[in-house]
Design a binder for this molecule. Structure first.
Ligand code: 9MR
Length: 746
């Protein structure tokens, strides 16, 4: 219908060149159309179709899409041989309709040949009238093998898709993305503890102090004071003040803080939010379970078929082979939790996540403010609730059983080691329920780090499950010993950093910290001198491990150190261990005091890590542990205050926890909590932590919006942004751990 713009634009280009010196605004001179025949006037060439019945209707391309396919790409229309220039911006536009309305088209620009990388995608829900859609993105690559495609599969029922005016215009000005950050007064949007610290951040150009008022739910001013100018905040690039209203201690809901003509988002003063957050952060794991149907009566809106049992189209996890050439046996590796938004299961990340849940439980037994009943039997609405075992142990057991299955069987070479991971042969697209994943599953080679994750968590399990299941505790300890011995025999078998197709690489070529952690857990569960010797002789025992980025799946020495400090034991020099944790906490407290947004996190070079929201929480866990060790109130206050950043006191004025705070992350990258892509699917469950700001913005979507972002601003709540906005089992474990601590302070 519409005329192609190429001709018009190149004419303008010629004229522009002839007349010279066109102003920059008319730089359309450089805009070059990359799509051929986007108007479908007389022919459909050179478009291809796949698994649709297509033809021209009234100058549009219309396709009858069959029902009963699983993936978006099972039916498609597209065009190949598109040229893209790295760093150039493109305007991708088209008009499209769907009958009946409500179907989703996945419009992509990507690689037209295997492995079919996606460089940009948009997924509008189509109406019947044929709306126009326009997007701008920056190409992350140079390619002459690009593709523009419209993927229309994945519907149970047949429908009709029509397309027109497809354009991919190069050389357009890049889009300047401006996040909507709301009022300039930034608060914890959930709750401040009545007897806890209460701090906020004000974004303002004012150099001098400004007055603030605290208003209660009825709008009555109940406290007032002056802000403290803090100058330029490196983490956000903003000029800010901080506000301390900790003198006010009365409980209530719907408070706001007013300063510089702005009113904050509402918040409570109370404890209920943290009791709930503790539960939700741990309830998250049930809906991440693999190998079991999720009961809708236990998680309304989240019921789904079991994933990766042997029902088609799943290939099943009950007899999974290795990657070619790695082994010639198969293993039953059903169960466990899906790692994140993908369907992979990784021993290293499963290990640290399990440790942090188990240590949440262990702290509840040992700390003076601990409360074992809070996550006890019947608290988490699990299928196992009512079995007289604390629910948090039931949940962690689901993963532990899987981790044990990843151990190389007796009689094989590398017996006792653990396979690094099991996942799909190729990456799958979104959305995709676990039960709909058709990919082949493969075991990847055993590694020393995976083996030691198994040793550490199985050893920890041995002491914690003993009161509830002696046989399991004994089996876990045997597996832990066997794994540790195998790791000693193969101390440097590392994951291949390039083994990242179909799942994450989780590569880590230093196992010193994992040896230390595993030896510590084995020592704490057995008291044996052989393990004590390994602990005290490890370089990790005395190293300064409380670094700015904190601990995570690849830096695990802190797990050992924190447990040696808190779990009763007779390790020679134990006072020094406890002292090292307190000194680590002092460093994080100093960081927190220096940050106008009040978080104990200031990564080197202001380069926010992948999963930064959980790094903030893990640093706070070190501070919280210092409180458990010393009882000094400054540590309690620091740990509690750290929650503010995650719950909204940040540059984006956003809570990174789904369902918590007036504005919160809820489009996390996930194949099954994918409501943003399919209205029939749910958002992530309440209590799901987003990975948060990540300076490296590895995904194309973040790259198209956030180029040049400063620290905290390297984040976008979009399902396509897997590098800034995924959900993951290790991240939620940090949330569970700190939420439990904060709830215990109420
Ligand atoms: O959280 C992981 C991050 O620390 C790594 O740098 C990154 C690359 O290996 O992987 C992240 O983990 C992802 C994993 O590889 C695959 N499942 C989703 C995980 C969270 O994004």
């Amino acid at each position: 219908m519409k005329r192609r713009r190429t001709t018009l634009l190149s004419l303008a280009a010629l004229l522009g060149a002839a007349l010279t010196a066109l102003p920059a605004q008319q730089a359309g001179a450089d805009e070059v159309e990359q799509v051929r025949n986007g108007g479908f006037e007389t022919t459909a060439d050179p478009w291809w179709t796949s698994n649709v019945t297509a033809g021209l209707t009234d100058g549009r391309l219309c396709a009858d899409v069959p029902g009963g396919t699983v993936n978006r790409w099972d039916s498609a229309v597209g065009q190949d041989a598109i040229t893209l220039v790295k760093g150039s911006s493109y305007r991708f536009s088209f008009s499209a309709s769907g009958v009946p309305e409500g179907h989703v088209v996945r419009a992509i620009v990507g690689l037209g040949v295997s492995p079919y990388d996606t460089w940009y995608e948009a997924t509008p829900v189509l109406g019947e009238s044929g709306d126009a859609y326009t997007y701008t993105f920056t190409s992350p690559v140079d390619s002459t093998q690009g593709q523009v495609a419209f993927q229309v599969g994945g519907s149970a029922d047949p429908w009709r898709f029509c397309l027109d005016d497809v354009s991919l215009l190069g050389g357009v000005p890049p889009e300047v993305y401006q996040p909507d950050t709301g009022p300039r007064v930034r608060v914890n949007q959930v709750a401040y503890l009545p007897a806890g610290p209460k701090n906020a951040t004000l974004v303002t150009d004012a150099a001098a102090k400004l007055p603030w008022q605290l208003r209660n739910g009825s709008g009555v001013t109940v406290a007032r004071g002056w802000s403290v100018p803090r100058g330029l905040d490196v983490s956000s690039g903003q000029n800010v003040h901080s506000i301390d209203f900790g003198g006010y201690r009365t409980r209530g809901t719907g408070f706001t803080l007013v300063a510089d003509g702005e009113t904050s988002r509402p918040f409570d003063i109370g404890t209920a939010g943290y009791d709930q957050l503790r539960l939700d952060a741990v309830k998250y794991y049930y809906t991440q379970r693999s190998g079991i149907a999720i009961r809708d009566d236990l998680r309304p809106g989240y019921g789904r078929a079991a994933g990766h049992l042997d029902a088609a189209p799943n290939q099943g996890d009950s007899a999974v082979p290795c990657q070619p050439g790695v082994c010639d046996y198969t293993l039953d590796v059903t169960g466990g939790w899906y790692d994140a938004g993908d369907h992979g299961k990784y021993v290293v990340n499963g290990g640290i996540a399990t440790w942090e849940l188990l240590s949440t439980y262990e702290r509840s037994l040992l700390a003076r403010t601990g409360d074992p009943a809070a996550l006890g039997d019947g608290t988490l609405a699990l299928p196992e609730s009512g079995n007289k075992v604390p629910d948090i142990l039931d949940e962690a057991r689901w993963e532990l059983d899987f981790l044990l299955k990843m151990q190389v069987p007796d009689g094989q070479s590398l017996a006792g080691m653990a396979h690094h991971k099991i996942h799909d042969e190729q990456w799958t697209g979104l959305p995709l329920l676990p039960s709909d994943d058709p990919q082949k599953r493969e075991l990847h080679p055993p590694t020393t780090t995976a083996t030691l994750n198994l040793a550490a968590t199985a050893a920890q399990a041995a002491r914690l499950y003993r009161p509830y299941d002696k046989a399991f505790a004994a089996r876990a300890l045997t597996a832990a010993r066997k794994a540790f011995t195998a790791a000693l025999a193969h101390p440097d078998v590392y994951a291949d950093p390039n083994d990242g197709i179909g799942g994450g690489a989780y590569n880590d070529d230093d196992a010193t910290d994992e040896f230390y952690w595993a030896a510590a857990e084995l020592y704490l569960s057995t008291g044996e001198k052989q393990f004590a010797d390994k602990v005290v002789n490890s370089p990790a025992h005395t190293a300064d491990i409380f670094v700015p980025s904190g601990f995570d799946w690849s830096r695990t020495a802190a797990a050992g150190r924190l447990d040696l400090a808190t779990v009763p034991n007779r390790l020679p020099g134990r006072d020094k261990v406890r002292g090292s944790v307190v000194r680590g906490a002092d460093k994080y407290l100093a960081t927190l005091a220096g940050q106008p947004y009040g978080m104990p996190y200031a990564p080197d070079g202001n380069r926010y890590d992948w999963g930064s929201s959980h790094q903030v929480l893990n640093n706070a866990v070190v501070i919280a542990t210092a409180y458990d060790l010393t009882g000094a109130s400054k540590y309690r206050a620091g740990a509690v205050q750290s929650m503010d950043y995650v719950l909204g006191r940040n540059a984006l004025n956003l809570s990174y926890v789904t369902g918590y705070g007036e504005v919160n992350s809820h489009h996390q990258h996930s194949r099954w909590y994918a409501r943003q892509l399919d209205p029939n699917l749910p958002d992530p469950p309440r209590g799901t932590l987003s990975g948060g700001a990540n300076s490296s913005i590895q995904d194309p979507y973040a790259q198209s919006k956030l180029q040049g972002c400063v620290g905290q601003f390297c984040y976008i709540d979009d399902i396509q942004s897997w590098s800034t906005n995924e959900t993951a089992i290790n991240w939620n474990a940090a949330l569970a751990r700190l939420a439990s601590f904060v709830a215990d302070q109420g």
